[in-house]
Design a protein. Structure first.
Length: 191
């Protein structure tokens, strides 16, 4: 019985030692598990930092490879632009002169057609007096109408009406005045 008791005590002591060893081992395992978890989190954070650095590196590489664009113009650019504007202005002026010359030709053609039609038709008899032979030559300007012209001459003391201006300029279309065309402004008060 002593042997059984002794083996029971030894078994109890061994079991107690094993349990103490299991508790120590468990604590070490828990500690290692915590450290392993910390290392995993640290590795994930470093992975994110590496991705951010790689993205920044790619952005900087793209910027370095992109040619520089300046918002300001160089003196050579400004000189070229000025020359281009002058050339455009010269062409615009030449076009304007060509248009005016063509309009003048058209005006003469339409005036010539009107005269030939009047010559073929019977003479008109009017109760109004004939157009005075004295007056002024006027060159049509941009924005002129016969009303504006008559008003301007009235302000100068020449009492002329739109109908008198139309009669003094046979063949002129009062609704289509051409800039640069000369017309006759009669002076009814001068006899």
């Amino acid at each position: 019985m002593k042997k059984i008791l002794l083996s029971t005590v030894v078994a109890a002591l061994a079991l107690g030692g094993v349990q103490a060893q299991d508790t120590g081992t468990q604590q070490q395992l828990d500690k290692l598990s915590g450290q392993l978890q910390d290392l995993t989190e640290t590795q994930a954070q470093q992975g994110k930092r590496i991705e951010a650095v790689e993205k920044e590196l790619a952005d900087l590489t793209a910027k370095v490879n992109t040619p520089q664009v300046s918002d300001s113009a160089s003196a050579a650019d400004l000189k070229k632009l000025a020359a281009d504007v002058q050339e455009i202005d010269r062409k615009r002026q030449a076009d304007r002169e060509l248009i005016l010359a063509n309009l003048e030709k058209l005006g003469k053609i339409s005036a010539g057609d009107t005269h030939s039609h009047r010559a073929a038709s019977a003479p008109k008899v009017s109760d109004e007096p004939a157009t005075p032979a004295t007056g002024y030559e006027y060159v049509i300007k941009d924005g002129d109408t016969l009303g504006v012209i008559a008003k301007a001459f009235k302000e100068k003391g020449v009492k002329v009406t739109v109908s008198q201006i139309v009669k003094a300029n046979p063949g002129m279309n009062p609704n289509a005045l051409y800039v640069g065309k000369k017309i006759f402004i009669p002076d009814p008060s001068a006899k």
